[in-house]
Design a protein around this ligand. Structure first.
Ligand SMILES: *Cc1c(COP(=O)(O)O)cnc(C)c1O
Length: 831
């Protein structure tokens, strides 16, 4: 059979064929011509007969055409240059819509708008058709998307590797206030942004057994797998902002292997052949919708190995030259492990080096330890991934052997250092007492560096989660505080603010976000404050329009917009916010305060709950139930409103964040590793009410105490309370507003008189709640009074909001990338 995947090199004689195509002319005429060509030749329709989807595809293809020559050049450079690049391994990429971002990167936004208008089309209608690829759950996946944007913008060679899930994060709807999940068939109309390369598929094996054999007097191991699947790469462009650079995101899709099916088919069992095909293709079928609580399912391990093995093979066998000396691999690549999901890559690289390439174990281990680095994203013990060894051994028998050997040699070193301190050895073993493989330990032992994602998180990681390892590997642990891309989350999401900033300090801030500092003096300029406030007001009106069209919701634009959008999790404490709303409602209906005394506020929630997380789903139900009552009770006189638009995603975030006045970041101290939502809000001029947790700590230090509403226990206070035994009832007794709010829920006021409906939520808060929501209630309510007081002084509030923007430049993901490069990767930009 012909080799379809190795490029054969043509010898062109025509001068045009020597280089990639040139981009179309960057004019309205050039754009119109290319757009119509794509519509006619690419979609096979005339403009007059085109559907909205045809136009969207043709527009996307046109933007692609402008990027193509640069992309091909960067891919060539990646293969031929001697420089080191980043292979970012992430099971999730929460990309958001592509069209606007790619238009922005090319600087074609205005030309495209005019070109479509010249064709009698409204570009806003066309862009609204794009379904965002929801290939992630929340912060972790969005972080990966921000990082690859920054690397491209900084000109750092990078390939993002991940999984092309056929179904991304579920689409959330509400039925009677309760979450109902629908499949996210984001590919049903196709995606114009991907380039599939089935001819370059990798074979990925599973199962079977291992055996040893004699290789010229040396005993070697090999893996005899039982079955395999094909990993088909789908390439996506990752354009830098206005710098002519385009990196690659390579997502793998699973397909049944031909040979495998044929064997079964030839044996006469057609049904079995089809079943096998379905089984193989299941691997990339759906994103696991759990956020922070891994389920330990076999299919999940299959997904992890599938994409990591394909990615390592892609880099080692296809990107590097055929004769590359693998002892020099660390000079060419760093594999960054985004959480523990890709950690199976560690034994996989060992297997490739030792079993396939014949390197000695010690040499291979030295290479492997230099080629990986690990980012930890959690402090929740239940979120640290472990794999039962029987499952791992059944699916990846050779990898389990390799892990055992890594562990044996590591524990020998521990013994050498500490003697027979069996307690310590048990604590540090990659294999837990019950035989499970602790993936975070494996990553820590193998990684050249281990980083947390905010200062506080990195400190707690060293002191509480992995203290033995910190002691054993001095200098291995470091911090890189997360960041967000200002291109998407300021420039695209908030064009009004972007214009105001550029008019005030010039355009350089978008790639040098610390320059926002130059806005500081303008906080004291009344006319700037007015301009800033009118941008915020316009953003609120725009959000009102969006929510009305999208969900039939009404936003009163005279209200303060108080926003809590993020995954629904008990540690994030949506219940704390809800209790405060209920207590304000309670104060009005019980006559303790008159509606006129209450600051008019609209509370916006956005949150998906993992489908199997019953408590989280009950909390969603309760939020909706409270909204039903509060929004329609005439005694409230419209002073309070609770809105919960379903299906919070990146597209909605881009609308909600720029409109927010108040950002709710109220996790229990010590539980939120970093948060990135908090950064998006501060950069868009919302003030934060927050605990001393994650990156909130750094936000507060930078924006100043007077521009941040701090409340709640600190992490050491939480630890002390937990040690002494947390008794929520003490906090209920000490705060009659809290008592009364809980009673109101228990009375059935939000469940048609039936108190039993939300009893599990109340009971959990009052009796168990490891996240101690009630302990922070009194302090939270007091901080909310300070919010009201400052909000009443419009000028002072706006001044604080401006200072939040001016002092948040640190939270650009460009800065995160610089920190990774300096502290971990050592991959300078390539000009
Ligand atoms: C930024 C973002 C998140 C992360 O929010 P946190 O508040 O940091 O948990 C989650 N989902 C989406 C859609 C986001 O854009």
């Amino acid at each position: 059979m012909k080799n379809l995947s190795t490029p054969s090199r043509p010898q062109p004689t025509h001068p045009l064929a020597a280089a990639p195509v040139t981009a179309p002319e960057a004019t309205v005429d050039g754009f119109v011509e290319q757009f119509l060509r794509n519509l006619n030749n690419g979609r096979g329709v005339a403009l007059s007969a085109s559907t909205p989807n045809d136009r969207y595809f043709a527009l996307a293809a046109t933007v692609r055409d402008y990027l193509m020559a640069r992309w091909l050049e960067d891919v060539r450079r990646q293969r031929t240059a001697q420089s080191k690049g980043v292979a970012y391994l992430s099971a999730e990429y929460l990309l958001g819509r592509q069209l606007d971002n790619n238009l922005l990167a090319t600087g074609l936004t205005e030309i495209a708008g005019e070109a479509l208008a010249a064709c009698g089309l409204d570009i806003d209608e066309v862009r609204a058709l794009e379904i965002e690829p929801g290939l992630g759950n929340g912060g972790l996946g969005r972080l990966a998307a921000c990082f690859i944007d920054s690397l491209a913008t900084m000109g750092v060679p990078n390939i993002g590797y991940g999984i092309r899930y056929e179904y991304g994060i579920f689409r959330q709807t509400f039925v009677d206030g309760q979450q109902v999940e629908q499949a996210d068939s984001w590919l049903s109309l196709g995606s114009p942004w991907e380039f599939p390369h089935p001819e370059a598929a990798q074979t990925i094996s599973f199962g079977g057994h291992t055996e040893t054999y004699d290789d010229d007097g040396v005993t070697r191991s090999r893996w005899i797998p039982a079955w395999n699947v094909q990993a088909v790469p789908h390439n996506y462009m990752v354009p830098g902002y206005h710098n002519g650079r385009v990196n690659t995101l390579r997502l793998w899709s699973a397909q049944a292997t031909q040979g495998f099916d044929l064997r079964t088919f030839n044996s006469g069992d057609y049904q079995e052949a089809v079943r096998a095909q379905t089984y193989a293709e299941n691997i990339s079928k759906v994103l696991y919708p759990e956020d922070s609580t891994p389920q330990g399912k076999e299919l999940r391990l299959q997904q992890q190995y599938f994409f990591v093995a394909a990615s390592i093979s892609d880099f080692v066998n296809l990107i590097l030259p055929r004769d590359f000396d693998l002892t020099r691999l660390p000079e060419r690549v760093i594999f960054q492990l985004n959480d523990t999901h890709p950690v199976i890559g560690v034994p996989e690289l060992m297997r490739v080096l030792v079993d396939e390439r014949g390197l000695e174990w010690d040499a291979a281990w030295a290479i492997t330890r230099e080629c990986f680095a690990y980012t930890c994203h959690t402090l929740l013990p239940e979120a640290l991934e472990v794999w039962p060894s029987d499952l791992l051994g059944r699916l990846l028998p050779r990898h389990l052997e390799i892990i055992y050997r890594i562990n044996d040699e590591f524990l020998d070193e521990v013994r050498e250092r500490y003697g027979d301190d069996e307690d310590r050895i048990r604590r540090m073993s990659i294999i837990a007492p019950d035989g499970a493989v602790r993936m975070a330990f494996l990553a820590t032992v193998a990684g050249s560096k281990v980083n947390g994602v905010a200062e506080l998180h990195s400190q707690l990681l060293r002191e509480k989660v992995l203290p033995d390892f910190d002691e054993f590997f001095p200098g291995k642990f470091t911090n890189v505080t997360n960041g967000v891309t200002p291109r998407r989350f300021v420039k695209l999401a908030n064009p009004g603010l972007s214009r105001l900033i550029t008019d005030t300090i010039g355009p350089g801030w978008l790639t040098d976000l610390e320059r926002l500092r130059e806005l500081e003096p303008f906080a004291d300029d009344a006319s700037f404050r007015q301009a800033f406030a009118s941008v915020k007001a316009a953003n609120k009106r725009a959000l009102a329009k969006t929510l009305h069209a999208r969900d039939g919701l009404t936003v009163d634009d005279g209200h303060m917009l108080d926003v809590m959008v993020k995954r629904l999790h008990e540690y994030k404490r949506q219940t704390l916010k809800l209790l405060h709303i209920v207590s304000q409602y309670d104060a009005i209906v019980s006559g303790r305060v008159s509606p006129a005394e209450v600051t008019p506020r609209t509370f916006v929630f956005g949150a998906k709950a993992a489908p199997g997380y019953a408590m989280a789903k009950r909390i969603i139900h309760l939020i909706n139930a409270v909204g039903e009552v509060v929004n329609t009770d005439p005694r409230v006189e419209g002073r309070l409103a609770v809105l919960f638009p379903p299906n919070y995603n990146v597209t909605l975030a881009e609308r909600v964040v720029p409109a927010a006045d108040l950002s709710e970041q109220i996790s229990l101290a010590g539980k939120e590793a970093s948060g990135t939502g908090n950064m998006k809000f501060a950069l868009n001029g919302a003030l934060t009410i927050g605990t001393d947790d994650g990156a909130n700590v750094e936000i507060r230090q930078l924006v100043g105490d007077e521009n941040f509403f701090l409340f709640g226990m600190t992490e050491p206070e939480v630890a002390t309370l937990a040690d002494g035994g947390y008794h929520p009832i003490d906090f209920v007794r000490a705060d009659e507003n809290l008592q009364s709010a809980l009673d109101l829920i228990s009375s059935g006021a939000f469940s048609g008189g039936d108190g039993s409906v939300f009893e599990p939520v109340v009971s959990n808060l009052v009796h168990h709640d490891p996240f101690m929501a009630l302990a922070d209630f009194t302090s939270y309510a007091a901080a909310q009074q300070k919010v009201d007081a400052l909000y009443a002084d419009t000028e002072a509030w706006t001044r604080s909001a401006i200072l939040n923007v001016a002092r948040s430049g640190f939270f650009s993901s460009d800065r995160s990338m610089r920190d990774y490069i300096d502290r971990i990767w050592h991959t300078p930009p390539v000009r």
